[in-house]
Design a protein. Structure first.
Length: 337
């Protein structure tokens, strides 16, 4: 029996579907051997919708299809936190919603979606500060609002994961570490995404440093990588629509092999912490974008998702981290043998 720590493989299923239909998503994930998925965009007959826009009947259809394909939801891939902090014209297309309304309407709905899909995790973000301003200047308001979101999630027995991403207040490890420290709430954890660091022109060593800054608050990892064209680290706005060089985790500039070898040591402790909050284990969430990505999602296709999964598994094998993919025993169990 292996003494290696074990993670749970999952991924954004919409990345694997050419037309984003539920059947395409679930067929691809079942064929790849995955038993968990993060739900973001999906079509069950009423057109492509974000999970936040689904009707009750659409949720029911999805739940029936999950049973048919043997899938469970790992997290709600919500866009919570991808709105402006302030109602100012900064020449961006980001929406502004007064926070009191946002909390009672959007955050509440995300919690309802988590319960509907029987997951304990909601993925979210850290708000857009006015374009061209210093994100550190907006830390107090961000901390206040995220603290209220964490409390609402906590009261619903849920955990809110804050993903690192360009152009938001929490755009790097230092900022997210400060947010996590100041919010200081058990329902708020951090989500490291190496690809989202590399796209901001951090180099390999700097990306590992950003991961280390986030370690005390980590809840789970998104797996995405990037090959950065030659250039110096530059601060400021990142044109997410222009990012073209996403790659699997075993060939990118993030050095996932180094990150995951380090992460290996904290998995047992993190797993105990998560289980106390009703979460089944430590998730590694594939969001590879290998055929393109942008502000609100990405695409890999069924073939690209397969390539990305195999690349991740190679890195996990190297890092001596165990994981499970469906095998014949699982099929026999489904057949009642």
């Amino acid at each position: 029996m292996s003494s290696n720590p074990r993670i749970i493989l999952t991924g954004f299923a919409d990345e694997a579907a050419n037309q984003k239909t539920a059947v395409q998503q679930f067929s691809a994930f079942a064929a790849l051997g995955l038993q968990y998925y993060s739900i973001r965009f999906i079509d069950v007959g009423g057109g492509i919708k974000n999970v936040m826009q689904l009707t009750k009947s659409e949720i029911t259809k999805i739940r029936h299809l999950e049973d048919e394909y043997g899938l469970n939801v790992s997290s709600i891939g919500s866009p919570i936190g991808k709105v402006k902090l302030l109602d100012v014209n900064d020449k961006s297309k980001n929406a502004y919603v007064p926070f009191k309304k946002y909390l009672s309407r959007d955050v509440k709905k995300a919690c309802e979606r988590a319960h509907a899909f029987e997951t304990k995790l909601i993925r979210g973000f850290s708000f857009y500060h006015p374009r061209g301003s210093d994100p550190w200047d907006h830390l107090p308001q961000t901390v206040d609002q995220l603290g209220q979101i964490a409390e609402m999630c906590h009261r619903s027995d849920l955990t809110f994961g804050l993903e690192v991403e360009a152009n938001l207040v929490g755009q790097d490890g230092e900022l997210l570490a400060a947010i996590h420290r100041k919010v200081n709430h058990p329902a708020l954890v951090l989500i490291f995404d190496a690809g989202n660091i590399i796209t901001q022109h951090f180099n390999t060593a700097q990306t590992f440093e950003q991961y280390e800054l986030m370690k005390p608050g980590l809840g789970w990892l998104h797996i995405k990588d990037y090959q950065q064209p030659a250039g110096k680290r530059r601060k400021g706005h990142v044109d997410e629509s222009a990012l073209k060089n996403f790659v699997p985790a075993d060939i990118g500039d993030s050095a996932h092999e180094m990150i995951l070898r380090d992460f290996r040591e904290m998995i047992p402790r993190l797993e105990r912490k998560l289980r106390r909050r009703g979460i089944p284990g430590v998730f590694l969430d594939l969001e590879p974008h290998v055929k393109g990505g942008g502000q609100f999602g990405g695409f890999s296709g069924p073939d690209g998702l397969g390539v990305a999964l195999r690349g991740l598994c190679r890195v996990l094998d190297y890092a001596q981290i165990d994981y499970h993919l469906r095998d014949f025993d699982d099929i026999r169990a489904d057949r009642g043998f």
